[in-house]
Design a protein around this ligand. Structure first.
Ligand code: PXG
Length: 285
């Protein structure tokens, strides 16, 4: 039977959900996407994700073929058609079908794809034990290349980072920017706790403006924990009392080892655990 997939203007069966080999999303990674959670059958932070999608599209001069209300409705229809209660939406807008040339303006209109399905989280035991991360040599996009805030279909930089991490036996990569400051993990934002203060790199350091990141910052402030967005170095991470990552898939997950240095007490710390719980409650409320 398979899933019901939203393709352009309607729901189709999974086996009929096909796009052209001349789609520039495939040929050049030319397009944008979002990964969005569904909790209790409801799209989580849908408007924040759509805002980011439209901004990414604007930067690469891609016209999203639907307005926000229509796209919101399409996501909700896709969630309902697949009976997703707790799951994941992959929303993709490609440049559409063109020919074998870079020129995006030859493509008449973008293709819209919405998949609503299950999500592969880190195994539960990793939330208990914490992640091991390594510094990788692949840096985040330079601000004068495709801006790192654009959530484009071209994720090769981050995939190279993930490969480096896996090759060394770690769970995740810590990526730096062209100046040597910490940017983020390959698909998650990074935070540290030091003497009771939470720090995370500013978006300008080359991190994605993460939706989980922003919620966690707000939740921390509500808990009366001071939050600073500032440039962080490798040193700051090594000597942190706690480290954790945030993202749509991972939610909030502790880090206990970086480049062979034990972080804090070598177990997910109290602030990490508290924020993980607060986020869990918020997402499901
Ligand atoms: N940085 C990068 C580079 C990301 O791709 C985040 C940070 C976290 O942002 P959010 O808005 O999710 O808090 C992301 C998000 C996947 C997948 O399928 C990847 C993301 C989100 C959902 C699924 O690997 N990345």
């Amino acid at each position: 039977m398979g899933l019901k997939i939203w393709l352009n203007d309607r729901l189709v069966n999974e086996r009929d959900a096909k796009i052209s080999v001349f789609d520039h999303g495939l040929l050049y990674g030319d397009g944008v996407f979002e990964g969005i959670r569904v909790y209790n059958g409801k799209v989580f932070e849908g408007s924040a994700h759509l805002k980011r999608l439209y901004e990414s599209a604007k930067v690469i001069m891609l016209d999203v073929p639907m307005d926000i209300d229509t796209l919101t409705d399409a996501m909700e229809q896709t969630v309902r058609a697949n009976n997703v209660q707790d799951g994941y939406i992959r929303l993709i807008v490609t440049r559409g079908t063109g020919d074998l040339g870079l020129n995006p303006f030859i493509c008449k209109h973008g293709a819209t794809i919405i998949i609503a399905s299950e999500i592969q989280l880190y195994p539960e035991e990793l939330y208990e034990k914490g992640l091991r991360v390594v510094s990788v040599s692949s840096i985040r996009n330079h601000p004068l290349s495709c801006p790192p805030q654009v959530k484009s279909l071209n994720y090769l930089n981050n995939i190279l980072a993930k490969i480096e991490a896996i090759q060394t036996g770690a769970d995740e990569a810590i990526m730096y920017n062209h100046l040597g400051y910490v940017a983020e993990a390959s698909g998650d934002n990074v935070f540290i706790v030091r003497e009771g203060v939470i720090c995370t790199p500013p978006v300008q350091a080359g991190s994605l403006d993460g939706i989980t990141r922003n919620i966690v910052i707000e939740l921390a402030k509500k808990e009366n924990i001071q939050v600073e967005e500032k440039d962080l170095t490798r040193f700051d991470l090594y000597v942190a009392d706690e480290m954790f990552l945030t993202g749509t898939a991972a939610e909030v997950i502790g880090v206990i080892d970086m480049d062979g240095r034990v972080i804090g007490d070598g177990v997910p710390g109290p602030v990490t655990k508290r924020l993980r719980q607060r986020f869990f409650d918020y997402a499901r409320s």
